[in-house]
Ligand binder design. Sequence first.
Ligand code: PLP
Length: 380
Amino acid sequence: MYEKINVDLMNNSGIRVVDLRSDTLSKPTPEMREAMYRATVGDDVYGEDPTVSELEKKAAELLGKEEAVFVASGTMANLIAIMVHCNQRGSEIISGDYGHTFKYEQGGTAQIAGVHTAVIKNNEDGTFSIDDLRKKIRKNPDFHEPITSLIIVENTHNLCGGKVLPLEWLEKVQNVGQEHNIPVHMDGARMMNAAVYLNVPPSRLARDVDSVCFCLSKGLGCPIGAILAGTSSFIAKARRVRKAIGGGWRQAGTIAAAGLVALDKMIDRLQLDHNHAYQIAKAIYAMRSDNFKVDMATVQTNILLMYINRNKIQIKDLQRRLQTVLKTDSVKCSVRCMSLNYDCVRFTLYWEITDEDVQLACEKIQFVIKEYDEMLKESF
Ligand SMILES: *Cc1c(COP(=O)(O)O)cnc(C)c1O
């Protein structure tokens, strides 16, 4: 449909590029760069990097856990958590079928940890049925069965569009876990967004789980890094596993310094990103299009999903059109987004996306929706 479009046109001068593919695109703030430059460092594998130690201490306090460890990524944090909780062969974890560890971590659970995953269908809000959870837990497994060793929850839920897990649900999951002596790990890559949405301290979200991780490198703006927290004995084991998988790092204070700025300055401001996501959602909703839909009730944090009529629209075409600015276009803005499945694109907000960017992005998205709607009407 749009084969005539020359994508190079987007590099014309005067065109604003608003890149909403992911909050991982966020770059360190000037204050972070300054702190990184000035950081006092040492060899962290020897436990001698004071900046890393300070970050770990502050993160543990924030999460209300005994200790924390600074790791390279959210993926590494989840893998370490799984390896520590599932320390006997034949272990099984329980995860939602839309869970990041299940879908997007290359099956590291199986590939590296040697752990089996049992999945439960995720509800649209990122939860799963407590009844299903009870059924999945293997009570007194005989020697045909793996041993249920961990339950994983995800908050905010990425594939469900940045959805925040209800606190009551987390408590129920914990209760079921405790009945059967099974720990709960929270993949809280974007849990700070959840805390801001619920207006509770992060420790409240982590209260009902045994271990928790969050990414510093997403909405919090750091260049690299994630935090994994839990009891002191859990973290001692996590440090061993981290070293074994190549995650022991030396003068990591240079990046931990950015993490300290993030904990101090970047959490409260997440509300702005949430407002921006909502603003874009409203702009889409206002079009009342038959071909482009957004569910306003589900736009809670910095992620927004737009569903398209997959019978009529190719997602790659849509992405290319949003990204392209034709000479004849009235809106001089290029918007980038990520495709999820064949019927959905994801827009994700972060600190560098300004009010003006959002305004322009809204205009561009509305412009493209209108163009599609008119074209599809004609071709009908
Ligand atoms: C991004 C993400 C991760 C992985 O984090 P990386 O730092 O990219 O490895 C894990 N879980 C969820 C829910 C995520 O969104």
